[in-house]
Design a protein around this ligand. Sequence first.
Ligand SMILES: Cc1cc2nc3c(=O)[nH]c(=O)nc-3n(C[C@H](O)[C@H](O)[C@H](O)COP(=O)(O)OP(=O)(O)OC[C@H]3O[C@@H](n4cnc5c(N)ncnc54)[C@H](O)[C@@H]3O)c2cc1C
Length: 424
Amino acid sequence: MKTDIVIAGCGVAGLYCALNLPRDKSIIIITKDDADKSDSFLAQGGICVLKDDSDYDSYFEDTMRAGHYENNKESIDIMIRSSSDVIDDLIKAGVRFERNNGEFVYTKEGAHSTPRILFHKDITGKEITEHLLERVRELKNVTIIEHFTMVDIIEKNNECCGIIGHDSDGVYTAIQADYTVMATGGIGGLYKHSTNYSHLTGDSIAIALKHGIRLQNPDYIQIHPTTLYSRKKGRRFLISESVRGEGAVLFNSHMRRFVDELLPRDIVAKAIYDEMKKDGKPYVWLSMKPIPTEKIKSHFPNIYRRCLEEGFDVTKECIPVVPAQHYFMGGIDVDRYSKTSMERLYAVGETACNGVHGRNRLASNSLLESLVFAKRAANNITGVYTKSGFDGETEVNKSQYRGYEKAYKKAVLAEIEKEKSNNE
Ligand SMILES: Cc1cc2nc3c(=O)[nH]c(=O)nc-3n(C[C@H](O)[C@H](O)[C@H](O)COP(=O)(O)OP(=O)(O)OC[C@H]3O[C@@H](n4cnc5c(N)ncnc54)[C@H](O)[C@@H]3O)c2cc1C
């Protein structure tokens, strides 16, 4: 196949990138699963925004403090200053955020010193991504191919000329393109306990390792403090941090509080692990009872319903919670235009690392960061666009990819461990 631009991944980053590319370019978006099976659909809490200029310093400092001051300051500045532009675009795309008498309502999460998070009930990600997907489906120049997995890129002299992938029948195809954008999300599928979809296995990271594309901080992995404890296998259900922002508290097995619930995620997760170890229990308790019942039902209907299905009425009783892998702060190293170390190759969203999050992501900065830097990638591609010099045919040697899933997972986990031990 041939196209002008190929995008791997159909979450907020891939979709918003496509929406910001010129309409006269042919674009193919591929996705490993159904188009609506991405972590973007799972986001609960909300999306940060600079609500007025007086909040700039405080928002900047909260992001830095959560990230242990290892963040890239220029990237944070870009993200914060671009936030209202992105929110305007989302509203134009049809996204509805909670309002009171026409004014935005802001919520708060851990490590934020003030409420600055826009939300739609506790399904903000679904609201945003569904609308972006609808808008993309309206575009005549964009084709979405579902159940098509990228396994490699086409590289000629450190230039990316497209991707190689296979469909669900195992038929391999090369998609040649002038520009390639990796938007394949996080790495939760590599872990036994994660809030992520299990098909998100960091394939772009494995491909980057194979081609010597620069990575940044592959060992920076966020553990979310509160997922619903369950003996069942599969994806962990997140109990959004915004419930703690709205007043929920944590208890150990003796029903004693043991941590300030609004500290950054890594600190709260460590305190929970310590308490579980001390008490010999596989969970701690979270009480949403300090939140008025009406507010639980209106702001957190999804959490309320899911906990009921699991046998817990959060308006009346505590729920068992346990930390789980949640987010990948590291990734493919990109500049402020989301360009990787390889020519004609961009990376956006959770799979990329522009340094915004430092060592630990501030709650509700991920959707915003993904959107801001996806738009910058699109604008940069538009500005520099030239045809790729490569116009030969790509032969796909299918046998080369036999058993790649296992090999890729192993390679990414090994890289994470290597980086961890280098930093110890
Ligand atoms: C439960 C949960 C709650 C969250 N809540 C919030 C929140 O409230 N606020 C916030 O800011 N962030 C939140 N996040 C984080 C945020 O949702 C993600 O970081 C963000 O949506 C990532 O977007 P993305 O486009 O990079 O990736 P994703 O949305 O994960 O999309 C990745 C896409 O890549 C595709 N893909 C993967 N591998 C391949 C391959 N090899 N070939 C082809 N396609 C591939 C997938 O099928 C998918 O379409 C939450 C995350 C989770 C899991």
